[in-house]
Write a new protein. Structure first.
Length: 483
């Protein structure tokens, strides 16, 4: 437990230091005492993190797999308390449960909100909401590489994570090296996205918030209107590329920048993600053209954006009721699948779906050639019986968690169809999907209208989606056995 708390302290310190930026913005814009509130919160949590580091110094050691799961759980469960306290201090009338829900939603890049429209909030708070999603996106990448992939949770491609694995080193040094390997590309993509958006008609503040949200596939917008109403066409194209970046494999991106051709070509999952967005985008564009009668270029633009936003689990809407261009069953399927592994997107992930398809094809082939022996590979990743067991376990855990959460939400008075979409939006970390126009047309309650039990259930779903449900089950079994 001590090594877990020691590593957690570094994450806590980094999260607390991030509070300084909205404090500077609040002071610069003259937003009353908000700057002091942010600084007080930052100072409090930096002190707590520093005390944990000093008291546990010298007691560090390598984390076992069960301890890595515990670290991941602590990050998603406890770090939102920092954000919740900050929001409770800076947003008038925000209750404890609402503040925690908002913090969990931001840090898991879900994008569900119970707050008033951004136009009614102080700009420093809006910036903090966008930053929380961006921090959550980076945290997602680090947790996958640091804690989940080395243990092969849910069949995660461990061979990919070995590209930047630093085995045998102290945990603190290993964490520093992983940040060095992962974070520069993430930060660089955010900076490029911001500069390109700022070059359009957008304000620099709006460009920064959208860059934070798009790169992390969070779906937060600094305005309450749809994207198409205030972002020009070039900016929409930039957002599509940024969302695709967030939804593709960060290790593939690293190899791409380092011009490692063999590994780049062996990882097909990211290319499938891009191809799926393009293909479904063309179909959606044709549907928009038929439905609205707008120009072909505008229809294709809107179709590409809508498909990318859905597949990457971002949840941005380019026009009112844009997701209604697809049927609800198709939306459910796309949300459940998600995008690539080692990305900030939610869902089951394409590599698992691909592996199950490959296994299905192999089983059919055995009916024709019962004595044939053919190895199964998908995009350079071998699949044996142990990997397939892990993948099927992760798939079933995801399904059961979604069904259980939907039943729990339905018991809170939400119509069952809405409960299913809300549950899937939470577990797939795509909160704005539930809050689309079909929620209004079907008389589903908004997030702000849900009671405490429903909000806490959704918090659990969002955390399970980021933690990987099967990892949470493994940690539960381990704790029961230890007890």
């Amino acid at each position: 437990m001590i090594p877990v708390v020691y590593v957690f302290a570094y994450f806590l310190a980094a999260y607390a230091i991030a509070l300084v930026l909205p404090a500077v913005v609040a002071i610069g814009l003259g937003e009353g005492t908000l700057g002091l509130d942010f600084l007080i919160s930052a100072g409090l949590w930096i002190f707590v993190a520093g005390a944990m580091m000093l008291s546990l110094r010298g007691r560090e050691r390598r984390l076992r797999p069960s301890q890595r799961y515990l670290l991941a759980l602590m990050l998603w469960l406890l770090l939102p308390l920092v954000g919740a306290l900050t929001l409770a201090m800076t947003v008038d009338g925000l209750g404890a449960v609402d503040a925690y829900f908002e913090a969990v939603s931001g840090l898991t890049t879900t994008g569900a909100t119970v707050l008033p429209p951004p136009e009614e909030l102080p700009r420093s708070v809006v910036l903090w909401l966008a930053m929380t999603q961006w921090i959550g996106g980076g945290l997602t990448l680090l947790v996958v590489v640091l804690a989940l992939a080395p243990s092969g949770v849910g069949g995660l491609p461990e061979t990919h994570s070995r590209m930047i694995e630093h085995g045998g080193l102290p945990e603190r040094r290993r964490l520093v090296l992983l940040v060095r390997d992962v974070f520069p590309i993430y930060l660089g993509a955010t900076a490029v996205t911001f500069l390109l958006l700022a070059a359009t008609e957008l304000e620099a503040f709006e460009a920064l918030c959208l860059a934070f949200s798009a790169v992390s596939t969070g779906g937060f917008s600094p305005r309450s209107v749809t994207i198409g109403e205030y972002v020009p066409t070039f900016g929409i194209v930039v957002l599509v590329v940024a969302m695709l970046y967030g939804a593709t494999n960060v290790l593939w991106q690293r190899n791409l920048f380092q011009l490692r051709r063999s590994r780049r070509m062996s990882d097909r999952e990211s290319l499938w993600t891009i191809g799926l967005c393009l293909g479904l985008g063309l179909i959606a564009g044709f549907a928009f053209f038929q439905a609205a009668g707008q120009g072909v270029g505008i229809a294709i633009r809107d179709g590409m954006f809508t498909a990318t936003s859905l597949i990457t689990t971002s949840g941005f809407e380019i026009r009112h009721a844009s997701f209604e261009i697809f049927s609800i069953p198709l939306v459910v399927i796309l949300l459940a699948i998600g995008a690539a592994s080692f990305s900030t997107a939610g869902g089951i992930k394409l590599f698992r779906i691909g592996a199950m398809v490959v296994q299905g094809g192999r089983e059919l082939n055995r009916l024709v050639y019962p004595h044939g022996i053919r190895p199964s590979r998908l995009g350079g990743q071998p699949y044996d019986i142990q990997v397939m067991k892990a993948i099927w376990t992760a798939f079933l855990a995801f399904v059961f968690a979604t069904v259980a959460l939907s039943l729990l939400l339905a018991s809170e008075g939400i119509p069952y169809e809405g409960a299913v979409i809300a549950a899937l939006s939470a577990v797939s970390n795509a909160g704005p999907i539930y809050a689309s126009d079909w929620a209004i047309s079907n008389d589903w309650p908004s997030y702000a209208e849900m009671d405490t039990g429903a909000l806490l259930a959704l918090c659990l779903g969002m955390i399970l989606g980021r933690l990987e449900v099967v990892a949470a089950l493994g940690l539960l079994v381990y704790m029961v056995r230890r007890g």
